[in-house]
Design a protein around this ligand. Structure first.
Ligand code: ATP
Ligand code: MG
Length: 740
């Protein structure tokens, strides 16, 4: 069989992560023995042909992983909208023997791609009739295989949970809103922030959730009253009475009232200035949201989708419909392209027809849940308890090492609990504080501003309670009449609760419902694919490595970067995938001398061929003997005058910093579920202890009695780790060019 030839192009608006996608497509195709071409300037390049369609090799996509935008260019092409244009495009492809096309773009680009695929046979026969193409050549390429990938910061595409670029855009938005919040608070001001999204409130809603904004306006769910202006002003005024100094209103471009009239930021500004009698400032974020470096998530998402797209092209049968590769429940999936485009359109149409109920029903469940959660979180003060309602005394604490997002979770717990009419308590300094009786009652305003701060405001401690601590903890639970406990933390937190559960026979006070919420940068907690803090740590690692790489452009140098994770290699592997590291060393695999020898050989060969930079990532506990310093010395000695070596031990910068948008959102979602669960348990007098987690796209509560079955107590990590399967892809991407 002839070598398969694949072309890739980016089209429509650019999005961060498109480069990572192109890189993955090119390298996967080459790895699988296919020829691969990049089409510059989107469909316009396809129509123009010639130098616009460029054969790619392994190194032509080197160094682009961390760049924003798209290096192969994108365009809006009027010519491709015409049949003449598409016929020329077909000729350009067929001349090069290309009959597989991967399109990275929005709904428009994918519609165009599908049309092109449908027309392909007739376009070729027209070319033959016109004498532009020989019949035998046309006969060799009877079908065009199309695979799509959605690159769009709006996250507006049905079927895939995330589009390439949306997470990075959320990073831009949270950074901007965090910055605005600090100035707003200093001046007692109200700010309006307008974000992108004509038919999709994703960025506005999740941006508001992540930053603790006070009001949000999205196209799918306009205010359900006519006097929304008054309601908004009243709510913000209540916030001022409750002690708030600043307000942030986030609105999507497509914000509208329930009659479909667009709401402009100047309308909102006027309403607020008149209503509040104070200065109101507006910031329109615009293209800032599209720009800048892709987040760790977007790099990895784009890489995995790029890989899958090539596999889909290679596996496609001629009669198959066009597919789009996307992500669902944290796995890559293939979806029927046109069906997804159709559903995406339906949302826009429903909004246009003012059928907002339908628009919301077409959005995911998590979108709907998030909207409801946000509506609670923005209240200035909680609903008063229902008359005669049973008010439970629920305590929260942080335990284990600090993880970014812990404060977001505590804030959500306090507010959601108070709003349900319960009494919310918080213990300082983890189980130690609980043992010392450091428990205080929390008010709605006690957690103002906590959504966006890193570390743990309550304080945390790594101490796992045992022996005498148990008496003290039991006493505190009794003294404060704690009826339920939410423990937000890492391995030590889980172990602490596990120990308490096993001491129930001795301490009746422990017969209360307790839920553990996974918060650890290591992502090593059983029953959950993600723990809060891991995404922030991964972004910290990726940012640090980007800088380290830049520091070495002119030299032949190999960096050995050591990352945290304890006995879990998540940060090392995902960090390697997101930075293009040549090698990664995981505790799950260990390190052997023969492997180190191979790696030295690989590095020497690479540097001899002109490579300027090497990068290996080592998890801190990958091997007790072959330490980072050992590896550096070994590489240095063996690298001789071919290359030199520098260690970079990233240390605690991984644990610090403000939580990423994903960690904040995840913290809020998990907390809401935990709290609902605890309240339900209190009502039912169910005292089962458990831990929550996201698995296969579902939130699951595991019985704490299964802790040792799901978790590997010796290595302090889950027995089953979903991300290990990504090693194959990481290894392909990191290979030296096949010629080397
Ligand atoms: P985004 O909306 O995220 O910016 P998009 O892919 O939806 O991205 P569009 O401007 O709709 O952006 O489409 C990009 C290009 O795709 C168009 O300029 C055109 O060349 C091609 N295209 C879009 N729709 C069609 C169509 N129906 N038929 C042929 N080509 C199309
Ligand atoms: Mg579009």
């Amino acid at each position: 069989m002839a070598t398969k030839r694949i072309a890739v192009l980016t089209s429509g608006g650019d999005a961060q992560g498109m480069n990572a996608a192109v890189r993955a497509v090119v390298r996967t195709a080459l790895d699988k023995g296919a020829d691969v071409y990049a089409v510059y300037e989107g469909y316009q390049g396809l129509v123009e042909g010639g130098a616009r369609i460029h054969k790619m090799d392994w190194d032509s996509v080197g160094g682009i992983l961390q760049q924003g935008g798209t290096v192969i260019g994108t365009a809006r092409s009027e010519e491709f909208r015409t049949r003449d244009g598409r016929r020329t495009a077909a000729l350009n492809l067929v001349r090069l023997g290309i009959d597989g096309l991967i399109v990275i773009g929005g709904d428009g680009s994918l519609t165009g791609a599908n049309l092109f695929r449908q027309e392909w046979p007739s376009l070729l026969s027209e070319l033959v009739q016109n004498g532009n193409l020989e019949a035998e050549t046309a006969a060799k390429y009877p079908h065009l295989v199309i695979v799509g990938m959605v690159g769009s910061i709006d996250n507006d595409f049905s079927g895939t949970e995330m589009t390439i670029g949306a997470d990075s855009a959320l990073h831009r938005i949270t950074d901007a809103v965090d910055a605005i919040t600090s100035t707003a608070a200093s001046h007692q001001r109200t700010f309006i922030v307008k974000v992108m999204g004509r038919n999709c409130g994703y960025l506005a809603l999740y941006g508001a959730l992540a930053t603790g904004a006070d009001w949000v306006l999205i196209p799918e769910a306009p205010p359900d009253v006519d006097n929304w202006q008054e309601v908004m002003v009243e709510r913000l005024k209540a916030g001022i009475r409750a002690g708030r100094r600043d307000h942030i209103v986030i609105m999507a471009e497509g914000a509208q009232d329930r009659y479909g009239n667009y709401i402009g930021s100047s309308d909102v500004q006027r309403v607020l200035e008149e209503g509040l009698g104070e200065e109101v400032r507006t910031t329109v974020l615009g293209h800032v949201q599209r720009g800048g470096r892709p987040s760790a998530y977007d790099r990895n998402l784009a890489t995995l989708l790029g890989y899958e797209a090539v596999i889909a092209v290679l596996e496609a049968k001629p009669e198959d419909d066009a597919v789009v590769v996307g992500t669902k429940a944290n796995r890559t999936i293939r979806l029927p392209l046109m069906e997804c485009v159709e559903r995406t359109r339906q949302v826009a149409e429903a909004i246009k027809a003012r059928d907002y109920e339908k628009a919301m029903s077409l959005r995911s469940t998590s979108f709907n849940h998030s909207f409801r959660t946000l509506k609670t979180m923005v209240r200035a003060l909680p609903h008063p308890p229902e008359p005669g309602q049973k008010r439970f005394r629920i305590a929260v604490l942080n335990a284990g090492a600090p993880a970014p997002g812990m404060n977001t979770a505590v804030r959500a717990a306090v507010r959601l609990g108070l709003d349900e009419g319960h009494i919310m308590l918080a213990a300082s300094n983890g189980f130690e504080g609980l043992a010392d009786g450091e428990v205080k009652e929390m008010q709605w305003t006690s957690v103002n501003g906590w959504a966006s701060v890193g570390g743990s405001v309550l304080g945390t401690s790594r101490k796992v309670p045992k022996g005498k601590d148990m008496y003290a903890i039991a006493r505190t639970i009794e003294n404060h009449r704690i009826e339920a406990l939410l423990v937000i933390g890492g391995w030590n937190a889980y172990e602490g609760v596990y120990n308490m559960m096993n001491e129930r026979a001795n301490f009746p006070a422990f017969n209360i419902p307790i839920v553990c919420l996974p918060a650890s940068i290591n992502n090593n907690l059983p029953g959950s694919e993600f723990s809060i803090g891991a995404d922030t740590a991964l972004n910290n690692i990726v940012e640090a490595i980007d800088k380290i790489k830049q520091s070495a452009v002119a030299t032949r140098r190999c960096f050995v970067v050591e990352v945290m994770g304890h006995w879990c290699g998540y940060l090392a592997l995902m960090g390697a995938l997101a930075t293009g590291a040549e090698r990664f060393y995981l505790p799950e695999e260990g390190i052997t001398l023969s492997q180190l020898q191979e790696d030295v050989t690989m590095l020497r060969r690479g540097f001899n061929l002109g490579k300027r930079l090497g990068l290996v990532i080592r998890n801190e506990d990958a091997n007790p003997i072959y330490s980072t310093n050992f590896i550096c010395s070994l590489f240095e000695e063996e690298g001789k005058d071919v290359f030199d070596v520098r260690p970079a031990i990233l240390g605690h910068l991984q644990q610090g910093g403000d939580p990423s948008p994903f960690d904040r959102i995840q913290a809020t979602r998990l907390t809401r579920l935990c709290l609902e669960h605890l309240i339900e348990q209190c009502r039912e007098s169910d005292t089962t202890n458990c831990f929550i987690g996201l698995q296969n796209g579902k939130f699951v509560f595991h019985d704490m009695r299964d802790f040792d079955r799901v978790g590997d107590l010796k290595f302090q990590r889950p027995r089953d780790q979903w991300w290990l399967q990504l090693r194959t892809i990481a290894n392909i991407m990191a290979k030296l060019s096949p010629e080397a």
